[in-house]
Design a protein around this ligand. Structure first.
Ligand code: ZN
Length: 424
């Protein structure tokens, strides 16, 4: 068994090597946030910042990774930090904008946030201009793109007019959260503690990469590229070599931003406006679930209208849950059987029923956040949908009645059912 696996691995390796560099393997873009140094308050000493940068660049060079580093311009302190940025450029990496003050867009007013993003861009652009380079890429701090559609659109418009592209993250991980424990262990000279932190770091990153690889491939039905989020910190300098070797062994190829950003999966549009759930795949999967829920509810309402219009009240009421509640002008009716009875009393004949049309005025999905395997907040499935609609009944004699209804639907046993109906 073992030799069989080795043979397969060798064959795979031969295929990868044989196909030549640049094409074989799944593309992954390595992005490094919080330049010049992540967790900066832990590393105030210029020599230490220099040492960490050297370590990061050495690993990137060893694995021939063309990375994009995202600079928090307000964290660039003096000539020493500018020299660090120079080193990233000299090593062939690209620098992008990570704003001036690293604000959380969901907690910052739109204009103030855009001003900060622009301050970051202008600062970095001034630095790059002398080197014949421009600011092409942007990364949202905390991956928060705005908690309302208006804010989402405002930043997209700003990025467009300033010539920057948002680089989404597909593998959202918590690599930064190991930094403090790592630095503490190193400062104490505690090799065992450093090894433990390193093991945790590797395990967590591997689980995230594997989970997001599955999610992305399932979404698009093909092997899609990935964008990995890392931070410019000391634990990274120590752990990236093993991480990159593992990625290579898994068939990943370190690709350029231009290649990965040209893939339609990475540029797939989304209008996700909820804070948690940083991975693009989570956002797209949620949006897909959301659209599916809406389509299923719309189809259910169409079936209901069709049942009504053929005079089949039992079929019409099959959309209600066993414990559904109907609120009408005459009061409250509990349970599907009672609702059906009420309809039969009010509409004793096909003539009385007339022709029903339901015009959906608004549909809203109810969902929240749940915890991923590693404790990250990710969007939950859509659990409920509410529908505000206008109903119109046209009688054969030309008479017409119309009113409003609010329906609340829940997903039960793999189908959508109406649990509450307030019609007026
Ligand atoms: Zn950041």
């Amino acid at each position: 068994m073992r030799s069989m696996r080795l043979a397969v691995a060798a064959l795979l390796w031969a295929t990868l090597v044989g196909a030549g560099e640049g094409t074989a393997g799944r593309p992954i873009l390595i992005t490094v946030d919080d330049l010049p140094i992540g967790g900066g308050r832990l590393h105030v000493d210029a020599a230490e910042r220099e040492r960490i940068t050297s370590g990061l660049l050495a690993v990137l060079g060893r694995h021939r990774v063309p990375a994009v580093g995202f600079v928090i311009w307000g964290h660039v302190e003096g000539a020493a930090d500018l020299a660090l940025l120079e080193r990233w450029l000299a090593a062939g990496h690209e620098l992008g904008n990570h704003t001036a003050r690293h604000l959380d867009y969901d907690r910052t007013a739109q204009d103030a946030y855009i001003a900060d993003a622009e301050a970051g861009r202008a600062g970095l652009a001034g630095f790059l201009a002398g080197k014949g380079k421009a600011v092409r890429f942007f990364r949202f701090p905390y991956l928060r793109e705005g908690e309302t559609e208006a804010k989402l659109d405002a930043m997209r418009a700003y990025l467009e007019r300033s010539g920057q592209r948002n680089v989404p993250v597909t593998v959202d991980d918590q690599d930064w959260s190991y930094e403090e424990a790592w630095v503490r262990a190193r400062a104490a000279g505690d090799a065992a503690a450093m090894a433990r932190v390193g093991e945790d770091y590797q395990a967590a990153l591997r689980v995230e990469v594997q989970a997001q690889t599955e999610t992305g491939d399932e979404l698009f039905g093909r092997p899609v590229p990935q964008v990995l989020l890392l931070h410019a910190n000391e634990v990274g300098a120590a752990q990236w070599d093993a991480l990159f070797a593992w990625l290579e062994a898994r068939g990943y190829r370190f690709a350029t931003a231009d290649e990965v950003m040209a893939d339609p999966a990475i540029t797939a549009p989304h209008r996700y406006v909820n804070g948690p759930g940083g991975s693009l795949w989570c956002r797209l999967a949620h949006e897909r679930d959301s659209n599916k829920a809406r389509a299923q509810v719309a189809a259910l309402l169409e079936q209901q209208a069709a049942a009504w219009n053929r005079g089949d009240l039992a079929a019409f009421c099959s959309a209600y849950a066993d414990d559904a509640v109907f609120l009408g002008q005459s009061g409250l009716t509990r349970g599907r059987e009672a609702v059906l009875e009420r309809y039969r009393e009010h509409y004793p004949s096909a003539a009385a029923m007339g022709t029903l049309t339901l015009e959906t005025l608004e549909m809203r999905e109810a969902w929240g956040n749940e915890s991923s395997l590693l404790g990250d907040a990710v969007p939950s499935r859509v659990h409920g949908v509410s529908v505000a609609a206008r109903w119109t009944l046209r009688q054969a004699d030309g008479g017409e009645r119309s009113g409003l209804t609010l329906l609340v639907l829940l997903r039960r046993g793999g189908r959508w059912v109406i649990v509450q109906d307030a019609s007026m």
